[in-house]
Design a protein around this ligand. Structure first.
Ligand code: SF4
Length: 461
């Protein structure tokens, strides 16, 4: 058993039976479910929009090579600089070069899952550079020394009281502060950081090839502050964030808002097309976009699972997933959790180590139903399982069990030969480790259905 699987199983067991964890998680998901219904009311024909955006993402991903070049050409013409990073190491080295050139001591960072993916904060810390998260949820998580718990709501597993306790321990504030007061504390602490930071980091929700820009959507305004106060803006963007044109935003922005947080439109929607122009007073003097591959090309090469690259990171499939709702975000041990994380992580980080995530699903199909881009999520999990078996990532015992099962199923006489007691003993042995101590093992009936049927309907001579 791989160490990642072992940790996954241990944490799953722990979280699934942690009643307090579940209470907080279900409370927050419940709030999401209530608001998302309201957000959907803005659509006269939601299904039409879902189909349309899927087609647009299909076009963008099928022509990704062309759109990336188009973006680079236009963004460079706007005065921006593009860096291509094959993996996390390349991205980090390029970032370090820029930061060292600018003698950087502190940076501010807007919410960016791509930066989580390359472990930017840890890397900067190792090089003596202070990196401060400016999104409230991310700020809370950073204070607590935890990675984000959810791709949209990073501190979803924490209650208001948990945050008050954390602020009390780390910042010395009163335990009695309200949610608004806690937000004000974070805001006050962050203001100074924006002013001091030499470099600001962000991710991007979408890449706009025709205008050479990136689009960022957020609710707190911290994204704008992080990217316009510092003299340099570095955006780390996964290459799959591509759209076909700026015009696509008319569909993608409201859809992401609706499925992400139940809003009609997120509060701040910004398009960045490069550093500030001579006639402009605000904005960075230099802007870089790091186009991050880090396994995406590998996924692009998989014709069956490629559509996972259409994901707009709304988090809806996480909120709908019965597995996520039981084990929570951190158990996955990956940057991207829930159904979409279980699909892409084996391709980004290695099938052998992360294949178990594709099996951690009931295949109920709820994820597919709630995905705004109509990604066939539960089928993609099956394709991953298929790939994993085809590539030989199965144990000898598993292979033997399936071989025996197949033989018995194809031969009624063989199946009927051992009595129920022997069959039950066999099942106990086979599922000894995987069945779990909290579930009662099912029992084979003393007389099989076949036997009972044959007794009632003996074959005619
Ligand atoms: S796979 Fe679909 S539902 Fe899940 S995060 Fe991506 S866009 Fe949202």
């Amino acid at each position: 058993m791989s160490s990642t699987l072992h940790t996954f199983l241990q944490k799953s067991e722990q979280k699934a039976f942690d009643a307090e964890h579940k209470r907080k998680l279900l409370f927050n998901i419940g709030k999401y479910n209530d608001t998302v219904v309201k957000g959907k009311q803005q659509y006269a024909d939601l299904e039409y929009v879902r189909k349309k955006v899927k087609n647009l993402k299909w076009k963008a991903i099928e022509n990704l090579d062309k759109y990336l070049i188009e973006f680079e050409t236009n963004f460079t013409a706007n005065g921006g600089k593009v860096i291509w990073a094959n993996d996390d190491k390349e991205a980090l080295q390029e970032i370090l070069k820029i930061l060292q050139k600018k003698d950087t001591h502190s940076v501010v960072k807007a919410k960016s899952m791509a930066s989580e993916e390359i472990h930017l904060n840890e890397f900067l810390h190792q090089h003596g550079i202070e990196s401060i998260e400016t999104d409230l949820g991310e700020y809370i998580q950073q204070l607590d020394g935890e990675p984000p718990y959810h791709i949209v709501t990073p501190a979803m597993h924490k209650s208001k009281d948990d945050v008050a306790k954390l602020f009390n321990e780390k910042l010395g504030t009163s335990l009695e502060l309200t949610a608004e007061e806690l937000t004000l504390v974070a805001r006050e602490r962050l203001r100074d950081k924006y002013l001091k930071a030499e470099v600001g980091f962000s991710g991007a929700n979408f890449i706009l090839p025709d205008i050479g820009g990136i689009a960022i959507t957020e609710n707190e305004g911290n994204g704008r502050l992080s990217t316009s106060f510092p003299k340099t803006h570095i955006a780390i963007v996964g290459i799959e964030k591509m759209l076909t044109s700026v015009n696509d935003l008319t569909l993608f922005w409201p859809l992401l808002a609706t499925y992400g947080t139940g809003q009609r439109l997120t509060v701040y929607n910004t398009i960045f097309t490069g550093p500030k122009k001579e006639i402009e007073t605000d904005g960075p003097e230099e802007m870089y976009v790091i186009l991050l591959d880090n396994g995406r090309s590998k996924l692009l090469a998989e014709t069956r699972q490629r559509e996972a690259l259409y994901c707009i990171r709304c988090g809806s499939c996480l909120n709908a997933c019965p597995v996520y709702k039981n084990i929570g975000g951190h158990t996955y041990g990956t940057t991207y959790s829930g159904p979409i994380g279980s699909i892409i992580s084996p391709h980004y980080k290695g099938m052998e180590e992360f294949k178990h995530l594709s099996y951690a699903s009931s295949l109920c199909g709820n994820c597919t139903e709630v995905c705004p881009v109509n990604i066939n999520l539960h089928n993609l999990l099956l394709y991953n399982r298929n790939d994993s078996v085809e590539s030989g990532h199965t144990t000898y015992t598993e292979k033997m069990i399936w071989r025996m099962w197949k033989r018995s199923m194809l031969n009624r006489k063989k199946m009927e030969k051992p009595n129920a007691a022997i069959k039950n003993l066999f099942l106990k042995m086979v599922f000894k480790n995987s069945w779990g101590s909290r579930r009662e093992m099912f029992k084979i009936a003393p007389r099989s259905f076949y036997k009972q049927w044959m007794e009632k309907h003996p074959p005619q001579e």
